[in-house]
Design a protein around this ligand. Structure first.
Ligand code: SAM
Ligand code: 2KA
Ligand code: SF4
Ligand code: MG
Length: 215
């Protein structure tokens, strides 16, 4: 039996988030997630999908001739074969990122991968799932992200930023307004007023394509 993964979609678009926002990127979206963030914009990936071999996925990715590949979900690390997929994508020469909830152990991820680790805020309703051991593993190649729903979430994120010195551990600290919950302008004003060492993160694909799957 060949190694397989359950996959919701593979598509080529512009990266809407993180430090490579705006760059053409292939997305590999893995099916299934053990969390239920209140705001999740990818709930269509919780179930369904197609079981595919790693070779089949790698062949489709190669067909786009990309420089950047983003593995997302669902929660990619909930499937053990995400680890060999990430390694094989790096071996093939792509610049690879992984979007992960921060609830699962990130230690086995290939160090060439830029791990984008969410710290789930209280208003996500999943903050009890945060695996704080992951923070010690972060390097300058990684990114930490807070999806912020309210002023209370913002203050919580700010306290974690200070407590863990996140701007010194990770290459990027991203503050993203939860789409539909918080006005981006309010978050922008708070970040400037408090002179925070973070990057405001808007989801470019929602401005361009209004949250359609596969974009
Ligand atoms: C859909 S998740 C998939 C990867 C992984 N499960 C995670 O949560 O990081 C990808 C990214 O989208 C973010 N996201 C999901 N819903 C969002 C929303 N309504 N507004 C802003 N970001 C959102 C997540 O927090 C995460 O950073
Ligand atoms: N264009 C585009 N960029 C993205 N960056 C992260 C995404 C995600 O759903 O994880 C995403 C997505 O769904 N589309
Ligand atoms: S962990 Fe990611 S995929 Fe899972 S519910 Fe939260 S935002 Fe959605
Ligand atoms: Mg999305």
């Amino acid at each position: 039996m060949q190694d397989t993964l359950r996959i919701t979609e593979v598509f080529y678009s512009l990266q809407g988030e993180t430090r490579t926002a705006g760059l053409p990127t292939v997305f590999v979206r893995l099916t299934g997630c053990p969390l239920r963030c209140q705001y999740c914009d990818s709930a269509y990936a919780f179930s369904g999908g197609t079981v595919r071999t790693l070779d089949d996925i790698l062949e489709q990715v190669a067909g786009y001739k990309p420089r950047y590949v983003c593995v997302t979900g669902g929660e990619p690390l909930a499937q053990p074969n995400a680890i060999p997929l990430l390694k094989q994508l790096c071996d093939a020469g792509y610049e690879v990122s992984l979007e992960t909830s921060g609830a699962l152990d990130i230690s086995a991820v290939d160090p060439r991968v830029s791990r984008v680790v969410d710290l789930k805020t209280p208003d996500s309703k999943e903050s009890h799932r945060n695996r704080y051991e992951n923070i010690e593993l972060l390097t300058a190649n990684d990114q930490v992200k807070f999806v912020i729903c309210s002023r209370d979430d913002y203050e919580w994120a700010n306290s974690k930023l200070i407590q863990y010195g996140l701007d010194r551990r990770a290459g990027e600290v991203l503050f993203s307004p939860s789409h539909h919950d918080l006005n981006a302008r309010d978050l922008a004003d708070w970040v400037v007023a408090d002179n925070l060492p973070v990057r405001l993160q808007l989801q470019l694909h929602k401005y361009l394509w209004n949250d359609e799957p596969g974009r």
